[in-house]
Design a protein around this ligand. Structure first.
Ligand code: SAH
Length: 348
């Protein structure tokens, strides 16, 4: 019999499961709190659970637990990059960012990625598999325990395309926001997508209060296609319409991420087109100086160009910020730490 992933179950499912094995309902809540509030990694630690029940649970279920294999700490801003091993030997990375308003964790949603964005290190070796809800949660649990502080914000912006792992993403959101667990408010969660339109709409229809971030990175369809293969499946206007739909359904302001690539998408013409594209929308644009990866020859726009680009948008009444680069001195870009680890292992 295949063992059940007990940490991926929501309270309802766990209650059903407990009843199914002849246990009282309230046991489910106790176990749920052990897993998601006290964040234990074994049944042994559950002190108010009988030996018999522990034995039963051990036989039928397993507790997902990531193993920390590396952490790099930035001397500049305290950002921490973690490398975790999963039980099947795959590795993923997660990032802790310390802000004045609290601790934010950036998690991976997949092992690798199949979206193929040209500037991104996470996609270079393709997709291995989606992460389970518990594997997404445990990145936050392990980091919270490691620093012994509360995590107040979560962004799904690490390796992987969350909308390409939709069902597990939704389950993860249920676990993350449950009052018997970390109890993080939906408003403190951001999910970033390269723009899988049907899934964006599906998410909108669920009317959650999470922030949707769209990786735009270009101001027109032709240019977007050269940077992001996903644009071959969904036209830029379709994607923008999906963002408008998200706002209509949820009343949540959408964030556009725009990585500035020197000489590629940072001209005056780009700023003008971008203004036209998002005009009238309740949105926010996050400009990210592209983080160069060694496998590609993209370069960052220079500081002057970046600030001119920002000013141009601002003059047109658009809400815009330049994302502070966190952890500049550690393997910064998405997927670089993991890639380095894998490459090193392969050459051994
Ligand atoms: N797949 C999702 C989430 C993961 S990527 C998405 O596409 O949104 C998180 C963000 O980092 C995306 O906006 C992505 O385009 C951006 N990104 C990836 N590699 C980058 C790099 N080298 N420099 C700057 N931004 C990068």
């Amino acid at each position: 019999m295949e063992k059940i992933d007990i940490k991926s179950m929501n309270l309802e499912e766990l209650t059903e499961f407990m009843e199914g094995i002849g246990e009282k309902k309230f046991r489910a809540k106790q176990i749920y709190q052990w897993l998601h509030q006290k964040r234990v990694d074994s049944f042994e630690e559950m002190s108010n659970i009988s030996k018999d029940l522990k034995h039963k649970l051990e036989e039928q279920t397993f507790i997902t637990s990531l193993e920390k294999i590396d952490v790099q700490i930035s001397k500049i801003d305290g950002t921490r990059k973690y490398l975790f091993a999963l039980s099947d030997g795959n590795v993923i990375e997660s990032v802790l960012m310390r802000y004045k308003h609290g601790n934010s964790v950036c998690i991976s949603s997949q092992v690798g990625c199949r979206m193929g964005c040209k500037f991104c290190a996470s996609t270079l070796d393709g997709l291995v598999r989606g992460l389970t809800p518990a594997e997404m949660m445990d990145q936050i649990y392990k980091i919270g325990k490691d620093i012994d502080e509360r995590i107040s914000n979560v962004v799904v912006m690490g390796t992987g395309e969350p909308m390409d792992n939709f069902d597990n993403l939704i389950k993860f959101i249920t676990l993350l926001t449950d009052e018997n667990g970390l109890n993080i408010s939906q408003r403190n969660l951001t999910v970033s997508t390269c723009g899988l339109v049907p899934k964006m709409k599906q998410l909108a229809d669920m009317k959650l209060q999470i922030t949707l971030a769209l990786s735009l990175h270009a101001s027109n369809q032709e240019k977007r296609k050269t940077l992001m293969p996903v644009a071959n499946s969904f036209d830029i206007h379709e994607v923008i319409d999906a963002c408008k739909y998200y706002f209509e359904k949820t009343n949540r302001r959408v964030t556009f991420e725009y990585s500035l690539v020197g000489g590629v998408n940072d001209t005056d013409e780009d700023a003008k087109e971008l203004t036209e594209l998002v005009k009238g929308m309740n949105c926010h644009i996050n400009l990210i100086p592209v983080n160069p990866i060694k496998e590609r020859d993209f370069v960052q726009s220079n500081a002057k160009v970046i600030s001119a680009f920002k000013n141009k948008l601002e003059k047109n009444g658009i809400n815009v910020t330049i994302r502070r680069e966190m952890g500049r001195d550690i393997d910064g870009a998405c997927g670089q730490l993991r890639k380095k680890y894998i490459d090193r292992k392969e050459t051994k």
